[in-house]
Design a protein around this ligand. Structure first.
Ligand SMILES: [Cu+2]
Length: 312
């Protein structure tokens, strides 16, 4: 949050620093105001025994001054917050790209919306955006309330069932920015990460073109066996691989799984070993996940993993 990489995050960080500065100054000033008279009083009490008269009026002047200063500080902080919220609310120029994000327990479904349905892309947990261009986000939930938060790019926005919240992000430099669900959404809330990768515009376009393609058809026999096992197994009820008969929508779209850095919303790296472990025992690695434990023979699992690793 303190190392912003976009316009909205910069404003939020600036506000954050101001609030920290004001709060810090208040702590120091209050400490001085409290401690100095205490020290001074102790001395005078020791010297002259208390008489108990005219004590009541003594404190009123300073109290009024302090109350006025406190009020001014609160009004200034409130005004700064309102101004920042309004400024961070909408980008300075209109976004051309819209991404729809659906929160699930415990992963993120990502749609690149296009007026031509054949050009639409569905992926999961890893969002690519072009550098220097604002991207409009439509935020929805398939189950409970989640919260979308990429600290380096934008403030938190909730994903609420039955409602579409609108936000936007923009990255002013290339790079990968981590995010995390920011509202407790059940057992695996902590394992609900996401990544936003800002690519130079031409790299973004080629990434999107790649994602639009259906999955490649295997030539290798082990891979072909893996594909047949995937499509013929329960996997196909929950996962889509475009270009095959697998059209399930319960879990992430796997059409270009091999282009992702992580699996299971950042819980594991996207490696052969992690895929083998995940497919054998997903609930063991992410307790509570709807993906069941599979009782497949190891050869079939290896063939499926070999296939999944070709999905780039
Ligand atoms: Cu959550």
């Amino acid at each position: 949050m303190l190392s912003p990489a976009g316009e909205a995050a910069q404003r939020l960080a600036l506000l954050g620093w101001w609030l920290i500065g004001i709060a810090g100054a208040v702590v120091v000033i209050v400490a001085i105001v409290v401690l100095i008279p205490l020290a001074w009083r102790r001395q005078t009490i020791e010297e002259t025994p208390p008489t108990g008269s005219a004590e009541h009026d003594e404190g009123k002047g300073p109290i009024i001054v302090l109350a006025t200063i406190s009020l001014l500080i609160l009004v200034a902080a409130f005004a700064g917050t309102v101004v920042t919220m309004r400024a961070a609310d909408a980008p300075s120029h209109t976004p051309t790209l819209t991404v729809r994000i659906v929160g699930h327990q415990w992963w993120w479904e990502v749609h690149y919306v296009s007026s031509d349905p054949s050009q639409s892309v569905i992926t999961a947990n890893e969002i690519h955006i072009p550098v220097g261009q604002p991207v409009r986000l439509l935020l929805q939930s398939a189950d409970v309330v989640h919260s979308f938060w990429i600290p380096q790019l934008q403030g938190k926005v909730d994903l609420i069932p039955g409602q579409t919240n609108v936000s936007w992000i923009e990255a002013d430099r290339a790079g990968t920015f981590g995010g995390q669900c920011a509202k407790y959404c059940g057992m695996q809330h902590a394992q609900m990460h996401l990544l936003v990768t800002a690519d130079p515009p031409h790299a973004f376009t080629s990434w999107l073109d790649r994602q639009r393609q259906p999955a490649t058809t295997p030539t290798d026999s082990l891979v072909a066996e893996g594909r047949a096992s995937f499509v013929g197994n329960t996997c196909a009820f929950c996962h889509t691989i475009r270009g095959t008969q697998a059209v399930g929508r319960v879990g992430p779209d796997l059409t270009h799984l091999a282009t992702r850095q992580t699996i299971a919303a950042g819980a594991l790296p996207n490696t052969q070993a992690a895929l083998l472990g995940w497919i054998a025992d997903a609930p063991g690695l992410k307790p509570g996940t709807p993906m069941p434990r599979m009782n497949m023979d190891p050869r079939m699992t290896s063939a499926i993993v070999a296939y999944l690793r070709t999905l780039n």
